[in-house]
Design a protein around this ligand. Structure first.
Ligand code: FNR
Length: 325
């Protein structure tokens, strides 16, 4: 996995689950980051090969899916971790290193739960711990390691931090230029280090596909990573232009059904995809749904839903019979 000339789906909690990642890949994303998951949580899971869905699942004891992935994205998915501790980070990364293309450490999340635990943006003020975490991951994990930061209060601090993480041996660095995005700071970072820098924070400026390359050039970066623009329409990565939102939502729902995504997560992602369109009949109806069938009904997908349920049932019965033999 190299980070040169790549169009990347940024990590997004709740948005970056399997259906959205696969849709972004279908429409031209080269690499997809999964939603941030805390090391503690991964350490509580067990790896399970789900033969019915064709996925690899990391499950809690009660069956809750913490991370679901599949072969189709294996060479392209980066697992983003929240961590504050090198040992825990390595143990968590080792559990899934064979199922993903890379491991990323989140050093940008400003949310309370992250910062209080010494994770996310808290790491930006803890260079020694950052060094320990990244060095340990680079040494122990068989896959490329990246990290994603937010720019610090000054250019000098941001550049110094970038140089520090570069020395740990990570393969690339994502830089979120904050809102409104500081293109100049990202450019300074890209000039100051020799590893690929991934520009992030330009979603509100990206009006179409060509803007991805435009901001790659303006930031002097190797690659560009989009969060909100992809949350609103993952076909932003499509060279021929975005496909209409009704079609994207239908495709998203199909993937959500196929991979047994939870209703809550599916509704959340649909709200994101309806970004421009909160007053439509569909937008109002989706809020009231409580299961996948109801969601499918709004987007005329009942035949697809029934087909998937029937083939899953047949497969389950077949698998049951095989194990009883
Ligand atoms: C985010 N962001 C984020 N960042 C991160 O490192 N890990 C995460 O899990 C999340 N989660 C998340 C959820 C949602 C819904 C949004 C909108 C954003 C931040 C994101 O990756 C990115 O840095 C910013 O959104 C800026 O980039 P864009 O939106 O301008 O492309």
């Amino acid at each position: 996995m190299t980070m040169n000339g790549k169009k990347i789906l940024a990590p997004m909690v709740r948005v970056g689950t399997l259906p959205m990642r696969l849709l972004a890949l279908k429409y031209g994303a080269d690499i997809v980051y999964a939603e941030e998951i805390i090391d503690f949580k991964i350490l509580k899971t067990t790896r399970f090969e789900n033969k019915i869905l064709g996925t690899v699942d990391f499950l809690l004891a009660d069956g809750t899916v913490v991370f679901r992935t599949c072969d189709e994205e294996k060479q392209k998915v980066v697992f983003q971790m929240g961590t504050a501790d090198p040992d825990r980070a390595v143990r968590a990364a080792k559990m899934l290193e064979n199922d993903v293309a890379g491991i990323d450490v989140n050093m940008g999340c400003p949310k309370d739960y992250s910062v209080k635990g010494g994770m996310g943006a808290a790491l930006l003020t803890q260079p020694e711990n950052v060094k320990r975490i990244l060095t340990a991951l680079v040494k122990e994990v068989s896959k490329p390691v990246t990290c994603k930061i937010r720019i610090l209060p000054t250019i000098e601090e941001t550049v110094a931090f970038a140089k520090l993480v570069e020395r740990t041996g990570i393969v690339a660095l994502g830089v979120h230029g904050r809102d409104p995005v500081h293109i100049d700071v990202i450019r300074e970072v890209a000039q100051a280090v020799s590893i690929p820098v991934i520009a992030n924070g330009v979603s509100t400026l990206v009006k179409g596909y060509d803007d991805i390359e435009k901001y790659r050039v303006e930031t002097g970066c190797s690659s560009v990573m989009l969060a909100r623009a992809a949350q609103w329409n993952p076909s932003i990565f499509r060279e021929e232009g975005r496909v209409p939102s009704f079609q994207i939502i239908q495709e998203y729902i199909k993937l959500a059904v196929k991979f047994d995504n939870t209703v809550g997560n599916t509704k959340y992602c649909i709200q994101g995809l309806l970004h421009d369109d909160t007053t439509s009949a569909e937008a109002k109806l989706v809020q009231a749904t409580s299961n996948m069938r109801e969601i499918c009904k709004i987007w005329n997908l009942i035949p697809y839903y029934e087909l998937i349920m029937q083939s899953r049932k047949t497969l389950e019965e077949y698998t049951d019979n095989e194990t009883k033999k």
